[in-house]
Write a protein of this length. Structure first.
Lengths: 250, 119, 173
C-alpha cells in the first residue's frame, strides 16, 4: 500500500507475550531472565535506539508488573519508533511519520524479534501476539454535525441505531466489537470519541487489532504478522472507502 | 521628598510585595506563598517592591480586597546575589527594585523566606 | 473500549507515561484507568493515550485542571505588577502533566499562574514538595524541595521518575 500523506494512523503496535513462571511462595508471575534480558536488549539496540527510558519508576520492583512495559528504547529523545520490554511482553511501536509497512515497519519487526530472542538465554514460549493500529481524526475536518452515529456510519460504515426514544441528545459514543476470523485469530474493533488534550478539539479514535491467543513459534511470527497486516489493511480500506479514505490522500 | 533623594537599602530593611489572594490565589493552603509572587515580568528592570520604612500598609497594599502584603528581608535577597536598589517613582517614593538573576529556584527561596505583613 | 482506554494526546509526540493496572494493594489504586480488555491489557504497550470525554480523573485533578483553565481568562495586570495572561502552551502542558501524574495517586497541592504566562503545579507530601514550572516557550522545570531546601533541579521530560520517587518515598531515583 502506498503511503497516505494524511493517514489517520497515530500508533501501530506489534506485541508479543510469553508464558511466565509462577513463584510458588508468592503466587506471583515472574520472568526469571528479565533483568539480564533488559541489559542485553539495551546492548543490542543501542546503536539504533540509543535513548533509554524506564517507564515504571525504579523504586518499584519490576516483578510487580507482569505483562507491563518497563524498558523503552527510543530512536532518540522524542523520536519514534520505540522498542519496549516488560516481564513477559515485548513490543515494536511506530507512528505515521515513519510508517511504511514494507519499507520500515516490517523490517523493524523482523529485527526486533531477533533482538528479543538474542536477549533471552532460554527459549521463550510465545503464547500470544497482536498487531494493533490506533487511528484518529479531528472530526471538524470531516464535516462533523454533532451526531456521532451519523458520523461513524458515513465514514466507517458502522450503523448504530437506537430504536427506542432516547431521553436526550447523544453526547458520546463508545463501542467494541470482536470477531473470530476464519484463520482462528481474533479481530477487535473499538471506536470512541475523545478530546485532544492540547487543543480541546473533538476527535474520533478507532483501533483495529488482530490477536493470536495460542502458542506460536518464532519461525511463524513473521508470516503471522504479514497476514495480520493484510487483514487490518484490507479492513481499513473497506471501512473508510469513499470520501473519508480519499481525504487521507490529499 | 525629591525623587533623587534615594536611600541605601540596608540588610535589615523589610521589602514589601503585594500578593494576590483571590483568583489567582498566590497563598498555598499551608499559608506559604508561591514563588511567582517574587517573579518579575520579562523585560522589567527588576522586581518591584516597597521599602517598608518609606511607606505604609495602606499605600503599599493597593487594594486589600485582592492583595495581601508580604515582606522579605533585604539581606536575604543579597545572600541570593540579588541587589536591592531604591528606585523611587513619581507616584511611589518607597518603590525599589530587586535586580539580578531570578531563576525559579531563587524565586522559590524568596517566597519561602517571605512573611506576612499586617496592617 | 479496550483497555487502552482513556487518555489521548493527539499528535505524535511520544508520551512516556505508564499505564496499565494490576498493582498490588500496597500501592493503592495507582492505575485507575481502563479495564482489562477481553484479550490483552493493550494499554500497557501503547504510548498514545486517549483523553476520553468520559475519563474519570480524580476530583483533585479535575478541580485543578479547571483552575488552570480559568487562568486563561485573567485580565492583563492581574497581579498589580503588569502580569500577562496564562499562555496556552503552558496551560496545555500543565494539564497534560496533571493527567500523567494522576495515575500515581499523588494529589496536586497547588497551582498558580506566573507573570509571564507560566503555570506552576506543586505536589506536596509531608516536608517534601515538588514545584513544576511550565513556561510560555514550552520548556519546563522541576524543583524538588526537602525540608525547605532545594535538593534537585531538572525537567519533566528527563526527570519524571525522580518526581514520582521523591514525592512518594523521599528518594531521588
Amino acid at each position: 500500500m502506498n503511503r497516505l500523506p494524511r493517514a489517520p494512523l497515530q500508533e501501530v503496535i506489534f506485541e508479543i507475550r510469553w508464558k511466565l513462571e509462577t513463584d510458588p511462595s508468592t503466587g506471583q508471575m515472574i520472568d526469571k531472565h528479565f533483568e539480564l534480558a533488559g541489559g542485553r536488549l539495551q546492548d543490542l539496540t543501542k546503536a539504533e535506539f540509543p535513548f533509554y527510558n524506564r517507564k515504571i519508576p525504579g523504586f518499584i520492583p519490576f516483578q510487580q508488573f507482569p505483562y507491563q512495559i518497563i524498558h523503552q528504547f527510543w530512536k532518540g529523545n522524542g523520536l519514534w519508533p520505540v522498542i519496549q520490554l516488560g516481564p513477559g511482553i515485548y513490543t515494536v511501536n511506530d507512528t505515521d511519520k515513519n510508517y511504511e509497512w514494507n519499507k520500515t515497519y516490517l523490517p523493524l519487526i523482523k529485527k526486533g524479534i531477533e533482538w528479543l530472542y538474542q536477549s533471552y538465554s532460554d527459549p521463550l514460549e510465545i503464547n500470544a501476539c497482536s498487531l494493533r493500529y490506533i487511528d484518529s481524526v479531528k472530526v471538524k475536518e470531516h464535516s462533523f454535525t454533532g451526531n456521532w452515529s451519523e458520523f461513524i456510519y458515513k465514514n466507517l460504515k458502522i450503523k448504530i441505531e437506537n430504536n427506542f426514544k432516547t431521553t436526550g441528545k447523544q453526547e458520546h459514543l463508545q463501542m467494541h466489537q470482536t470477531f473470530l476470523l476464519d484463520n482462528g485469530n481474533d479481530f477487535s474493533l473499538s471506536i470512541n470519541d475523545a478530546n485532544d488534550a492540547k487543543t480541546g478539539e473533538t476527535v474520533l479514535v478507532w483501533q483495529t487489532v488482530v490477536i493470536h491467543k495460542v502458542k506460536i513459534n518464532k519461525e511463524h511470527l513473521i508470516d503471522w504478522v504479514r497476514e495480520a497486516h493484510k487483514t487490518t489493511s484490507d479492513l481499513f480500506k473497506e471501512m473508510a472507502k469513499g470520501d473519508f479514505y480519499d481525504s487521507f490522500s490529499k | 521628598m525629591k525623587l533623587f533623594d534615594r536611600v541605601i537599602i540596608a540588610d535589615e530593611d523589610h521589602l514589601l510585595r503585594r500578593v494576590p489572594f483571590r483568583n489567582p490565589n498566590f497563598i498555598k493552603p499551608d499559608g506559604r506563598i508561591t514563588s511567582f509572587a517574587f517573579k518579575p515580568k520579562k523585560g522589567e528592570d527588576g522586581l518591584s517592591v516597597d521599602v517598608e520604612r518609606l511607606t505604609d500598609y495602606k499605600a503599599s497594599i493597593l487594594n486589600p480586597e485582592y492583595f495581601q502584603l508580604y515582606f522579605i528581608i533585604a539581606g536575604f535577597a543579597s545572600e541570593l546575589e540579588l541587589d536591592c536598589i531604591h528606585s523611587p517613582l513619581e507616584e511611589n517614593y518607597a518603590h525599589a527594585l530587586i535586580v539580578g538573576n531570578f531563576t525559579n529556584s531563587i524565586c522559590s527561596e524568596l517566597a519561602r523566606s517571605a512573611q506576612r505583613f499586617h496592617s | 473500549m479496550t483497555a487502552l482506554a482513556n487518555r489521548v494526546i493527539i499528535g505524535n509526540e511520544p508520551e512516556i507515561v505508564p499505564s496499565g493496572y494490576g498493582l498490588p494493594d500496597n500501592f493503592g489504586q495507582i492505575f485507575r484507568y481502563g479495564k482489562p480488555s477481553a484479550f490483552f491489557s493493550c494499554d500497557t504497550s501503547s504510548n498514545f493515550l486517549v483523553y476520553s470525554s468520559r475519563m474519570v480523573l480524580p476530583d483533585n485533578s479535575r478541580n485543578f485542571i479547571g483552575r488552570i483553565l480559568s487562568f486563561k481568562d485573567l485580565p492583563e495586570n492581574w497581579d498589580g505588577y503588569g502580569a500577562a495572561k496564562a499562555n496556552k502552551n503552558a496551560v496545555s502542558n500543565a494539564i497534560d502533566f496533571i493527567h500523567k501524574i494522576a495515575v500515581y495517586d499523588n494529589p496536586i497541592y497547588f497551582v498558580a499562574p506566573g507573570p509571564n504566562g507560566e503555570i506552576l503545579i506543586e505536589l506536596k507530601n509531608e516536608e517534601r514538595s515538588v514545584e513544576i514550572y511550565f513556561s510560555d516557550d514550552e520548556s519546563d522545570e522541576v524543583i524538588l524541595i526537602g525540608n525547605g531546601k532545594t535538593v534537585f533541579e531538572g525537567s519533566v521530560s528527563k526527570d519524571f521518575n525522580k518526581i514520582i520517587s521523591f514525592i512518594s518515598i523521599g528518594e531521588i531515583v
